[in-house]
Design a binder for this molecule. Structure first.
Ligand SMILES: C[S@@+](CC[C@H](N)C(=O)[O-])C[C@H]1O[C@@H](n2cnc3c(N)ncnc32)[C@H](O)[C@@H]1O
Length: 447
């Protein structure tokens, strides 16, 4: 006779595997990929991402109940923290979670640890209020952020840091970008209503993204969105939807999107301004394929090239671009609510090399800019080292570059303007990701 299935235990076991993989250095996307075709996919994803989001708080609590936390295998440790997450943050009865975790230990082939799992989680259930109260005295633990990041946010944004930590732990909204070539906003809101979904537009709060940004509440998988396959809409945060309007390309221009994959901003630039000669570049050939898929779904086209934008001689024909977007690789500290694994994977020592690459990218891209042309720099980072500091160093060393202020009317009201660019800190009335934008022009004098 086959054993009765234990769905709660199976979800816990799979989620613990994914959490253990993230702790081993994999991104959450990679860690969850093995469960893509599982019938438990949605539940595993929710439990694993929730655990990763709160890992640094819960791990401290679980470890305080273990005599030798480091002696525990990674899977069993991840299972304990995953179960603690369910006990603390789900509506499931705690005792059921304890039983499911004992079964999950067996499913993970750690049956020998089931007694320990049972004992530790029972203690957690009994003592969690006092345990967590003690742990929450430390703001890094309370907010489940690594200390270096908490300190970096407090030092860069003393008045905003507390709200930023909170926004990082919130569930992100599902924001769509309407493709005006395929559907009007009015029609699409009706489409959503007909599908039983509620959508709202961001005309005022979203700045320049207002006309195209629609939030769907509650979030649903893209397959449930009307017209997704037909290219009526794409998923893109309101903050990221500012890039195309700020770049302000006009028909007939030669445009370079230097770090383009998976192609969300490439597509938006083309949707907004048909008739461009757009080059979309990415260093990663696999990610470049995703641009091709995105453009095909939306009925758009661009010249695609897999190349390192820091070395124009390898791919550039020498004809200058009138607009260049450098949406640089960055720490992702503005998108933690969407990618909570960033809190576990990113290190303080990553920031300086990222800033060095960002500066190289801007310098190389600027060489390809036409006189009078505009380069828009953006990151989904909230760390000034990757944003204002990169721009400051670039402008210092480039006599032909002139900083061009962003038009505040284009930005959501909560954007913080710095000496060179605008920083969205995340959350706020427009409920955006954290993002940075700055624009420079190439002067014609001296050429
Ligand atoms: C922030 S993502 C770009 C997101 C994209 N603009 C969008 O909106 O969908 C940064 C991209 O830069 C690419 N990248 C990193 N270093 C690069 C380089 N030296 N040259 C070109 N692309 C690079 C990465 O592979 C990654 O796809």
């Amino acid at each position: 006779m086959s054993r009765p299935e234990k769905p709660a235990a199976a979800v816990l076991a799979d989620a613990a595997r994914a959490v253990a993989a993230v702790l081993g250095g994999q991104s959450a996307d990679a860690a969850l990929a093995p469960f893509e075709s599982s019938p438990r996919r949605a539940a595993v994803r929710a439990v694993a991402l929730g655990t990763v989001r709160w890992y640094l708080r819960l791990q401290a609590a679980v470890d305080s109940l273990l005599a030798r936390p480091r002696a525990l295998g990674r899977d069993v440790h991840a299972l304990l923290v995953t179960a603690a997450h369910q006990i603390e943050y789900s509506r499931n009865a705690p005792q059921q979670t304890v039983h499911a975790a004992v079964d999950a230990a067996r499913m993970l082939r750690h049956g020998h640890a089931s007694g320990l799992v049972n004992a530790v989680l029972r203690k957690f259930v009994a003592q969690r209020e006092s345990l967590l109260a003690r742990i929450d005295r430390d703001p890094a633990r309370r907010s489940a952020h690594p200390r270096w990041l908490l300190e970096a946010l407090q030092s860069a944004w003393p008045q905003h840091a507390a709200a930023m930590l909170e926004a990082n732990n919130a569930h992100p909204p599902l924001t769509l970008r309407l493709n005006p070539l395929r559907r009007s906003a009015e029609r699409y809101l009706e489409d959503l209503a007909a599908a039983g979904l509620a959508g709202r537009r961001f005309e005022e709060a979203g700045g320049a993204a207002g006309p195209t940004a629609i939030q769907v509440e509650p979030p649903v998988p893209v397959a449930a969105l009307p017209g997704f396959a037909e290219g009526w809409v794409s998923v893109q945060d309101t903050a990221a939807q500012l890039a195309a309007p700020l770049l302000d390309a006009a028909p007939g221009m030669r445009v370079l999107d230097a770090c383009a994959a998976p192609g969300s901003k490439t597509a938006h630039i083309l949707e907004r301004t048909p008739g461009l000669e757009l080059w979309a570049l990415d260093i990663d050939p696999v990610r470049l394929e995703r641009i091709a898929e995105t453009l095909a779904r939306l009925g758009l086209s661009a010249h695609l090239a897999a190349a390192d934008a820091r070395h124009p001689q390898a791919f550039w024909d020498g004809r200058p671009f009138e607009r260049i977007l450098v949406d640089a690789p960055c720490s992702g500290t503005g998108v933690i609510r969407r990618h909570p694994d960033i809190k576990l994977l990113r290190r303080a020592e990553d920031i300086a090399p990222l800033a060095a690459t960002q500066l190289e990218l801007v310098r190389a891209a600027f060489r390809m800019l036409a006189p009078g042309g505009r380069l828009l720099y953006s990151t989904c980072s909230v760390l000034p080292q990757e944003n204002e500091a990169v721009l400051a160093r670039f402008l210092e060393g480039e006599p032909l570059a002139r900083f061009r202020p962003l038009e505040t009317a284009q930005l959501p009201p909560e954007a913080v303007t710095g000496p060179h660019g605008a920083q969205l800190l995340g959350g706020g009335a427009a409920d955006t990701d954290g993002f940075y934008y700055a624009c420079v022009e190439k002067t014609t004098s001296g050429i």
